[in-house]
Ligand binder design. Structure first.
Ligand SMILES: [Zn+2]
Length: 243
């Protein structure tokens, strides 16, 4: 029998989801977020860029505000009211101390118990190459959890009034080929479809398929891929590190 995924921890109140681009959380994760906010938990989104390099036919200065609006709308569908943008440059986000400092500052401000990010490894399941931005932001989010807890790393943050935060108990990585945990995709599924559909300009530039058919098909396929390892239920899977 295939090794089963463990249900995600539920004894937490605040999560911070850190990704590179608008749409990164909607491609799979938003269904889990919907269930969490239904349960009265607070989830904040932190995006390293505004996704301004994401639409071939649209110049970055026009693309950035459009994708920002789409991200705010898609977050609202799953009960997320706070979305912050760090304004690193889409496509050339650099892993480094500048990015780690920005994420560590957000962790100290929002005091999450759970930090969520997207796959930081080279590929998705050994089949699809991951992007440089996803790798950089995923790794920086993981590293920033330790940075946030250490007063001697980025001491300027303490001077800005951001005390160390040592309360992160788990890091959960979405889209990982080494998933350990999962959330039932059922309760949040319809909202996950509507949430991803809010990225309409991006999706219409991406595919000639009907946007809703494309979104529904993608989210159905990815959640059903995890069913075998979650008692037959379609699921949103995460690789979880307990701290
Ligand atoms: Zn992305």
């Amino acid at each position: 029998m295939t090794e089963q995924l463990t249900p995600m921890p539920e004894d937490w109140q605040r999560a911070l989801a850190v990704v590179a681009h608008p749409d990164d959380l909607e491609y799979g994760c938003a269904g889990a977020v919907a269930g969490w906010t239904d349960g009265g938990r607070e989830v904040v989104y932190l995006l390293a860029s505004r996704g301004e390099a994401g639409i071939d036919t649209l110049e970055p200065e026009k693309c950035a505000p459009l994708r920002e609006q789409e991200q705010l709308a898609s977050a609202a569908v799953v009960g997320v009211g706070t979305v912050e943008f760090l304004d690193h440059a889409d496509g050339v986000i650099e892993y480094g101390t500048a990015l780690r400092r920005d994420i560590a500052a957000a962790i100290r401000r929002h005091k999450p118990e759970l930090v969520i990010t997207l796959n930081h490894r080279e590929s998705f399941g050994g089949r699809f190459l991951n992007s440089a931005d996803h790798r950089a932001v995923g790794q920086a989010a993981i590293d920033a959890v330790a940075d946030a807890g250490n007063r001697w790393i980025f001491p300027e943050l303490v001077k800005e009034g951001l005390a160390p935060w040592n309360g992160v108990r788990w890091i959960a990585i979405a889209g990982s080929e080494r998933a350990t945990h999962a959330v039932d995709a059922g309760p949040g599924f319809e909202r996950s479809v509507r949430s991803l559909l809010e990225h309409r300009a991006y999706i219409e530039a991406l595919t000639d398929e009907d946007p809703e058919a494309y979104v529904r098909g993608f989210l159905t396929m990815t959640s059903e891929m995890n069913a075998e390892r979650f008692g037959g239920k379609p699921a949103v899977a995460f690789e979880v590190f307990a701290l």
